[in-house]
Design a protein around this ligand. Structure first.
Ligand SMILES: [Zn+2]
Ligand SMILES: [Zn+2]
Length: 404
């Protein structure tokens, strides 16, 4: 085991973010807009918005789906933490009826989460995800505000969300290796209660602060990355409900994906790490933001969901710290509060406007012989210094964020 990163604790924000109407169409187009391309908004390849993104949900293996005859019977000895998953549950004293574990194309997911109502305004993509869920769980019913889900159905909603995020990241980085290059498949632990999360961290990772999402690199072969979260912590410190938990999972899973990219034996620059964490949560819902900074506290400058307006003001008043001063930082905890928000904006700008060059920054990260520092990665990909890149970003912010 190499190192863990203290996970973030998402922050409750009272102001409601943008919500999609409950009756949002599944696909762009339809009706009078029939001539528009029929591409779901969240299924666009980040490298080319006109290319549909292929998201793979199958094959998956779920003992409950087999029991309910939704899947063909297949005996499988599912291993998590490099042992039969039932052994993990037993070691954590979790009763047989209180956990479910499944394997999806790119994850093993263990869950003790209970039933929930998944609301349409939990995420911009909530309705799309529920429509996809209905294909593998035909029993779910849509109500006026959302869908009521059993614990089993809810686990498959995470199956769908996590695969959607994986597909986006894999397309963005043009990385089609199994597990993005990790020898072992990513493992996700979704615990209902803090005690279960705490016991898990205590037993398998070692006594440490676990009051947030915990990521860990198991280095025994085949090495893999895991994430453990607890819904009760998110409910207490962020907001209740499945949407807030989902944002917490998206943020933390972004860390797994970028660290796992090309196998994890180096550091990821902190601005990329946190920028991607915020990018993947905020594209779902801007209300629930997670910080791997100051034990999860929201920076005072970023307590409202409208980060564009905050960043515009910072830049206009020259209150943003020059990128060259902080782009070399490697630990997310070393970023200041303002640098957390700026990281999001820089990463989003690069993904929106220069996705291919953005991933050119990532490609040499694992070249331990060249061993490029963060500013050198930027120089390599963009042919300019971090200061020049930052100046271009500032101009973009002053133009594009004005009046937002
Ligand atoms: Zn199932
Ligand atoms: Zn983070």
């Amino acid at each position: 085991m190499r190192r863990a990163r203290l996970g973030p604790i998402a922050i409750a924000l009272a102001v409601l973010g943008a919500a999609v109407p409950a009756a949002a169409p599944l696909r762009a187009g339809g009706g009078a807009d029939d001539d528009k391309p029929k591409v779901p908004q969240d299924d666009c390849n980040p490298r080319s918005p006109t290319t549909p993104l292929t998201v793979v949900y199958e094959p998956y293996w779920c003992p409950l789906c087999i029991e309910e005859k939704l899947q063909k019977p297949e005996a499988r000895d599912l291993q998590m933490m490099q042992k039969p998953v039932a052994k993990v549950a037993e070691q954590l004293s979790i009763k047989k009826e209180d956990w479910i574990a499944i394997q999806t194309p790119h994850y093993k997911i263990f869950s003790t989460l209970g039933p929930t109502t998944s609301k349409y305004n939990d995420s911009v993509y909530a309705r799309f995800d529920l429509d996809r869920l209905k294909k593998i769980q035909p029993g779910i019913a849509f109500g006026p505000e959302g869908a009521k889900l059993t614990a089993h159905q809810r686990l498959h909603l995470y199956h769908i969300r996590l695969e959607r995020q994986y597909a986006h990241f894999s397309a963005l980085t043009n990385n089609t290796q199994p597990n993005l290059g990790m020898p072992g498949i990513f493992e996700i632990y979704l615990f209902a209660d803090y005690t279960q999360h705490h016991d898990f961290v205590d037993r398998y990772i070692g006594g440490r602060n676990d009051k947030g999402g915990v990521q860990w690199h198991i280095q025994d072969k085949p090495n893999f990355l895991l994430l453990s979260v607890a819904e009760s912590i998110v409910a207490q410190q962020v907001a209740r409900g499945d949407g807030a938990l989902a944002n917490h999972v998206f943020h933390n899973t972004a860390h797994l994906l970028i660290d796992g990219y090309n196998n994890y034996f180096r550091e990821t620059p902190a601005w990329i790490e946190e920028g991607l964490g915020h990018y993947y949560e905020r594209r779902e819902n801007t209300r629930w933001n997670n910080f791997c900074w100051a034990e999860g506290k929201p920076p005072t400058d970023f307590t409202k969901p409208d980060w564009e307006a905050i960043i515009f003001t910072l830049v206009r008043r020259d209150r943003d710290s020059p990128f060259a001063q902080w782009c070399e930082k490697l630990q997310p905890g070393e970023l200041t509060g303002i640098e957390n928000g700026l990281s999001w904006s820089i990463v989003k700008w690069l993904i929106d406007t220069e996705p291919i060059r953005f991933t050119k920054i990532l490609e040499p990260m694992d070249d331990l012989q060249r061993n490029l520092k963060p500013a050198e990665l930027i120089q390599d990909a963009f042919g300019c210094s971090s200061s020049v890149l930052y100046q271009r970003w500032r101009e973009y912010v002053l133009k594009e964020y004005a009046g937002k």
